[in-house]
Design a protein around this ligand. Structure first.
Ligand code: FE2
Length: 278
C-alpha cells in the first residue's frame, strides 16, 4: 500500500480499515514531538506498529508518558509482564483468556484508552495478535440492525470470559472471579465524545439485559462474527524490536495460541482511560 506523509510522520497502511506502520526512530518516538500526531492516527487507524524500536522497559515507560497518563497496572509497576506461564506471572491463569476476542478493562467504567506492547521473548510458532476495528464494524452495519442494537445494554464480567477457558470451575473459583472483578453494565454501542460510535463486545460480554439467554447469545455471536471479518481485522506477526500501540476503546484483540513452554513474554504499558463507556 502507498506510503502516506502526515507532516513529518510517514505512515504505511497495513489494511484499508485498521492498522498502520509508522516510520519513526527510537529517538523521535521518545522526544514526544510526534505524540499528538500519533494519538490522532491511533484513533483513526486502531493499531500503530513501529518496527525496530527495540525499547527496553524504561524506554517503553518514557514513551508511554508522551502519549497520556500512564496507568499503574499492578500495585508496584507501570510495566506489566504478559505471559501465560504461571511461573512467570501470578495472573498468568487469567491471561489464558487472552486467546478470546476481548477489550481490556471492561470491568471498569472507564477502560484504558490505549495499550502499548513490545516483545521480550517470542514463540517460534503461534502468538500472533489479532485486532478488529469496532468502529469500522459499527459503521458498516445495516441500518435496521443499528436501530435494533442502539439502546441495548450488556453485562460484562470476568466470570463470562473465564468460563470459556475453565468451563467447570469449583464454586470457590467462581466466587473468586466475582470477588476480584464484579460484573459491569455497558451500552452495546459506545457513543464517543468525538461523535464516532463503536461496538462494545468481547469474551467478557455475558448477556444482553432484558433478552432471553438464546437471544443474547444470538446478538453477541452475530456481532462478534461481523466485527472479526477480514475487512475489519489486522493480524500482527511479531518481530523482536516491535512496538505496537492499540486504541483499546475502538478495537478488540486476541492472541493466537502458542506453546506455553516457548517462554513468550511481552512488556505492556497502558494509558489511562479518558472517557467512560457511554
Ligand atoms: Fe488484552
Amino acid at each position: 500500500m502507498d506510503a502516506v506523509e502526515n507532516d513529518a510522520v510517514t505512515r504505511r497502511d497495513l489494511s484499508p480499515r485498521i492498522g498502520s506502520e509508522v516510520i519513526l526512530s527510537k529517538e523521535a518516538l521518545l522526544s514526544g514531538v510526534y505524540a499528538e500526531q500519533l494519538r490522532e492516527m491511533l484513533s483513526q487507524r486502531g493499531v500503530l506498529v513501529v518496527r525496530g524500536a527495540f525499547f527496553d522497559d524504561a524506554e517503553q515507560q518514557a514513551f508511554t508518558k508522551t502519549l497520556g497518563t500512564p496507568m499503574a497496572q499492578t500495585e508496584r509497576d507501570e510495566v506489566m509482564k504478559i505471559s501465560m506461564d504461571t511461573r512467570v506471572h501470578a495472573s498468568a491463569e487469567f491471561q489464558r483468556g487472552n486467546v478470546l476476542w476481548h477489550i481490556d478493562m471492561l470491568s471498569a467504567e472507564t477502560p484504558n484508552f490505549a495499550s502499548i506492547l513490545s516483545p521480550r521473548v517470542l514463540s517460534d510458532e503461534g502468538g500472533e495478535t489479532d485486532f478488529a476495528s469496532t468502529y469500522a464494524a459499527w459503521d458498516d452495519l445495516p441500518e435496521d440492525e443499528k436501530r435494533a442494537y442502539e439502546g441495548l445494554r450488556v453485562i460484562h464480567s470476568l466470570e463470562a470470559s473465564q468460563l470459556m477457558v475453565n468451563p467447570e470451575p469449583s464454586l470457590a473459583k467462581l466466587q473468586f472471579w466475582r470477588d476480584v472483578s464484579p460484573p459491569r453494565e455497558h451500552p452495546l454501542v459506545w457513543a464517543h465524545a468525538s461523535g464516532r460510535k463503536s461496538l462494545v463486545l468481547g469474551a467478557s460480554a455475558y448477556y444482553v439485559i432484558g433478552k432471553s439467554v438464546e437471544e443474547s447469545r444470538q446478538i453477541l455471536t452475530r456481532l462478534r462474527e461481523w466485527t472479526t471479518q477480514p475487512q475489519y481485522s489486522y493480524r500482527h506477526e511479531w518481530q523482536l524490536g516491535d512496538l505496537l500501540i492499540w486504541d483499546n476503546t475502538g478495537t478488540m484483540h486476541r492472541v493466537l495460541p502458542f506453546p506455553l513452554e516457548s517462554g513468550r513474554l511481552m512488556s505492556r504499558t497502558a494509558i489511562e482511560g479518558e472517557e467512560p463507556v457511554a
